[in-house]
Every structure is written in structure tokens, then in C-alpha cells.
Design a protein around this ligand. Sequence first.
Ligand SMILES: Cc1ncc(COP(=O)(O)O)c(C=O)c1O
Length: 390
Amino acid sequence: MFYELAAPSWGPEEIEAAKRVIDSGFYTMGANVKAFEQEFAAYFGARHAIMVNSGSSANLVAVAAMAYRQTRPLQRGDEVIVPALSWATTYHPLQQYGLKLRFVDIELETLNIDVRQLEQALTPRTRAIVAVSILGNPAPLDQIRAFADAHDLLLLEDNCESMDAELNGRKCGTFGDLNSFSFFFSHHISTMEGGMILTDDREFEDLCRCLRAHGWTRDLPPDSSLYTRTGSDHFEAYRFILPGYNVRPLEIEAAIGREQLKKLPAMTAQRRQNWALFQSLFAGDERFILQRENGQSSAFSFTVILNPACRPDRPRVFAALKEAEIGFRIITGGNFLRHDVLRHYDYEVVGGSTPQADLAHDYGFFVGNHPHDLTPQITRLREVLDRVCR
Ligand SMILES: Cc1ncc(COP(=O)(O)O)c(C=O)c1O
């Protein structure tokens, strides 16, 4: 393949780190996870970081934490505002906790939630909102945060696609009460599988640590507000207080993550350099609708929406991309309302339809961005699209 959708970002440092863990003989959650959590929290200026085995698990544990907090927990039947376009596991934990989703359309240009529709999405049962920054491009997180505060809503920021992006000098993934990250292959940093939750709230931190590991008290500090210790060490060693999961990360993942985090600023800079080239080659061409940057994107990938006004032939475009060995795919998960799984959901569509998410679904695709120079690849992409979109 000439231009891959995803590329490895490891060097010898990651391999050495993995080997050190193997040599140590200690593989399950331990010193590397603890150190990675501290380093990750420091990088983002957050108080607490809790590592899990994927971004999906980060969302699951975050939603569970909202459902088990002591004051005003999320309850079955409560409503959550979500954007129509995101990844499946942005939504599934909400369904699994009995919540009703209120889908809001996106803005075609940014691919993020259309905040002008937030007031309309609100009902007396609305208790939370999920903010997602699509493919590196910050959602209007400041406005979403203000809206959440004004209406006493919990905010989960699913930042699995936008690590290192910034809005007004503040990192994405720090606007929510709980914030999730993914370290899956092809993401801004990769630990094979892996994820992280950031929070500034001590109760949420304890809930996440407990829910991550069996609902066990093992990883909680002695002064945790979640429970009161008995005098029996025998019982306390195996004490379960919440219906939790086992979504613990591995030492090897954390050791690799620590190396990747050191490289993150340079990798983001290279991604942004590629992004600048992509913009310079495609901007101003009315045949293509590009993702408009809001704040500072960390450029996960490059989206192209074929302008419906130019009556594009998307199957022909796809055939030409395949022939040129350029990888492409649906934008994130497309319009989530178009998926069969919706029959298991309790939901409503704000305003009755999501025309912009439909356009992204029907006319859009993305190609990869990698943390190395993609000048030949992006140049060929431009040639192919220019030729096939006449
Ligand atoms: C917005 C969003 N949320 C959650 C996830 C899930 O992350 P993971 O693949 O690590 O489970 C992804 C995956 O790409 C994503 O794009």
C-alpha cells in the first residue's frame, strides 16, 4: 500500500521498554502503570489519571462512575446529549446504563456537534452531555462546558481521537468532569490497546480505580470516601463494593506508553506539518469540503467530503483511490443513527433529523495522517482526486 490508513509510531525505545517488562517477570498492572498515569496527568495538567485497557473501557468506566457517585448519580431513564457522529463505544456505555440518548446533528465543516442545537436538546431529564472532538479537531468545548455548568449537567469528554489538540491554549481532554483517551494503534500515541481517564475529582478517581478492577477496594487509598474499613484485614484484602469490571491495563502497555508520551509533542508537530500541506493543496477547491480547524487540531487524519453541489460519484472516487493504493474509510463511525444497533437504544433525534451527519456519512471519507513526512502520499492523493473529480 502506497498510502496506509495507519502506520506504526514505535522506535527502538518502545521495543526496549517492552523487553524490560518481559525481563522483569511482572506483567500485570504495577509500577509502569502508576508512573505512566502520573506522567500522563502531568502532561495534561490534570489531577488524576486512571489507565485502562482501551478507550472504550475508559468510556465505560467513566459512565459507570457517573452512575455510582454519591450525590445525584446518573439513573436509568436520565437523558444524555450526544453528537450524531462518533465511534460506537462513545454511545454503548450510555445504553448499557439505561440512559436515553438525545442525538444532536453536527456541523459539516468541523464534524463536531452543532452547539446551536444544545438548548433544543435540553429537557427536564437531561443530566449529562458527551463532547467528542472528531479526528483531532477540538469541539467547541468551552461552550459545551459553559452549557453543562449552566444546566448542572455532567460532562464526559470523549477525547479518544484528539489527544494533544488544544482550544484557547487548553488541552482537549481536560474540559470534562471525566475525560477519556485511546492508545489504540494509529492513534496519537499507541500502546497496542490501551486507554486513560483524566479527572480532577477525587471521588471520580476512586470510583474509576475501583470499577476498573472488579469493584474491589484494593487500589483505593485508606481515606477513600467510598467505604469505611472494618477491623478485619482478612476481609479487607478481598472486599468488593461496586459492580465493577476487569479492564486493567498491562505493564507492557504502560511501559510503551511512557516512551510514546515523550515523543508526543514531536509527533503532533509532524502531524500538523502534514495537515498544513494537505490544506495548502486542497483549500479553496469547491469540489472538496475539508474539516475546518477549531482551535489547534492534532490532525488525526484528513477528511474529505465530496461537495454534493458538484454531483460527485463517490464509488468512482473510491475505485480510483484503491487503484492508487491509497487507504480510506468512513469518517469515525459515520452517522451513528444509520447503524442497526440503534434498535437496542432508547433515543430521540433533536429536530427530527441529522442532515449534516448524513452528508458526512454519504459523501465523506478520511485518509490517514502519520507522525512522519507524508509529502509524496498527500501529493498523490491530490493528483488522484483532481483527476477523478472533474
Ligand atoms: C471517539 C472514540 N471514542 C472511543 C473510541 C474507542 O477507543 P478504543 O479503540 O481504544 O477502544 C474510539 C476509537 O477509535 C473513538 O474514535
